[in-house]
Design a protein around this ligand. Structure first.
Ligand SMILES: Cc1cc2nc3c(=O)[nH]c(=O)nc-3n(C[C@H](O)[C@H](O)[C@H](O)COP(=O)(O)OP(=O)(O)OC[C@H]3O[C@@H](n4cnc5c(N)ncnc54)[C@H](O)[C@@H]3O)c2cc1C
Length: 424
């Protein structure tokens, strides 16, 4: 009987593993590949800020907006364009690495010879009161649509003169928080200029660190700060969130950073919409399942991407904590780890004793800052403005081309891009 490789999670890492296996296995390898995901579609997360802010006045466009980021896994029982990979929709509720079984929420048990854990991470709430209940995290397509619907309803209320102002708090000044705040500010500018909808919008971007995009160079932070201020976003760096209520966010200055926060004492900021983009955390179930985890709860992994202590289980993407290395938790790194896992799995299946160590790379980034403006870094070179925006579009297209056939990839990129261009 053929050996079975089960991949849990069809995000960047899991899909990359499946596709690379599919491209490189031979019939003599005699393996079955099964990809399991709780969703029916692969979601291109880097563009979901466009879904949260796209076409706010056009209620019917949800389907069009989804087209540019959500790609159904299952075409006739097989993963898009890869007929030697089976797809099964199901939520994995337990993993037993001794019995070599995963259990699904339906009660079904799936056995494996080799397992790839690629479940990603969750939104980090850091135990702050009220976040889960009263804020919407920007980590899934459903949540992006929820944010869009809320903004859209508020705009309609403004148009009907049912309210004079709208307050929005976005927590997290990393790339996600910066992208979504600039794009929503741009969408509101668009609503004002093109539809005459004028409302007193107050968007506040809160971050506990000394500046927004603090993981990047000072120049990137300076460009993003200038751009956001021009779009009318209030920036509250050096500020901690203490709790989130249905219509307020309580904040206080970060005492370790003198004179950074615009607040001098505990303050309640009004908020009709609170968006949580403050980073990611590990999935609590890994501990429950008895997997080896590091001090932050991520799965301990060898440089070969084998789970610590188990040769037949591999880990890739945001879930993997490679011993002794700093986690990148970025899409291109997850894709690259998926590629390395596929390569090592093929070696194991073919009985080769030596596996390849995965090497991290420094990947270029391009952060959209509202409209046709972005900042991007290509090694030592930083590009800003429309060229960086074009670069970002090219990165998106390159990804779609890497996972789909040419016509399909161009169609997803083009149709999504067209819908998202509206605010640009
Ligand atoms: C809003 C947002 C924007 C981002 N933008 C960028 C960007 O512009 N550039 C960049 O480099 N990085 C970006 N990132 C980070 C990047 O998306 C992640 O690093 C990447 O998604 C990690 O890939 P992964 O495969 O490990 O996890 P994911 O892509 O999160 O995939 C995990 C998969 O596992 C599935 N899953 C989870 N639990 C279960 C279960 N119990 N059973 C079955 N299936 C399960 C999920 O449905 C999902 O499909 C962004 C992240 C977010 C949230």
């Amino acid at each position: 009987m053929a050996d079975r490789i089960v991949i849990v999670g069809g995000g960047f890492a899991g899909l990359s593993t499946a596709i690379h296996l599919s491209r490189h296995i031979k019939s003599s390898d005699d393996i079955d590949i099964l990809l399991i995901d709780k969703q029916s579609e692969h979601v291109y997360l880097p563009l979901i800020y466009e879904v949260a802010s796209g076409g706010l006045m056009e209620k019917k466009k949800t389907k069009t907006l989804k087209k540019g980021v959500s790609l159904p896994f299952d075409l006739g029982g097989h993963l898009t364009g890869h007929e030697n990979v089976q797809f099964r929709q199901g939520e994995v509720m337990d993993v037993d690495t001794k019995a070599n079984e995963v259990k699904l929420s339906s009660g079904a048990v799936v056995s494996f010879d080799y397992l790839v854990m690629a479940m990603g991470a969750v939104s980090g709430t850091f135990g702050i009161e009220g976040v889960e209940k009263n804020a919407t995290s920007l980590t899934s397509l459903d949540n992006a649509l929820k944010i869009r619907e809320k903004c859209s309803d508020l705009l309609v209320e403004c148009e009907k003169k049912l309210r004079v102002g709208v307050n929005m708090v976005i927590v997290g000044g990393g790339p996600n928080g910066v992208e979504v705040s600039s794009e929503i500010a741009k969408a509101l500018e668009h609503a004002k200029n093109k539809r005459g909808i004028s409302c007193d919008w107050q968007i506040t971007l809160v971050d506990a660190g000394p500046r927004i995009l603090s993981n990047m160079g000072k120049f990137a932070s300076w460009v993003a700060t200038r751009r956001l201020k021009r779009l009318g976003v209030n920036i509250a760096a050096g500020t901690f969130v203490k709790s989130v209520k249905p219509s307020t966010v309580s904040v206080e200055p970060n005492e370790r950073l003198k004179n950074v926060s615009p607040y001098i004492k505990s303050t309640k900021i009004k908020s009709d919409v609170t968006i949580w983009a403050a980073g990611v955390a590990s999935r609590p179930q890994w501990k429950k399942w008895g997997l080896p985890i590091d001090e932050r709860g991520y799965i301990k992994t060898l440089p070969t991407l084998q789970m610590f202590g188990l040769n037949h289980v591999f880990v890739a993407g945001d879930s993997a904590s490679i011993i002794g290395r700093r986690m990148q938790q970025r899409a291109p790194e997850a894709i690259d780890q998926g590629r390395s896992v596929a390569e090592n799995l093929i070696r194991v299946v073919r009985g080769q004793a030596i596996l390849r160590s995965h090497h991290d790379m420094k990947w270029p980034f391009a952060i959209p800052l509202g409209g046709r403006f972005a900042i991007s870094s290509l090694g030592p070179i930083t590009v800003i403005g429309v060229f960086a925006y074009i670069l970002r579009k090219a990165i998106d297209l390159k990804y779609f081309l890497s996972i789909m056939k040419l016509r399909h990839a161009i169609s997803v990129w083009w149709h999504g891009g067209k819908a998202y261009l509206e605010n640009d």
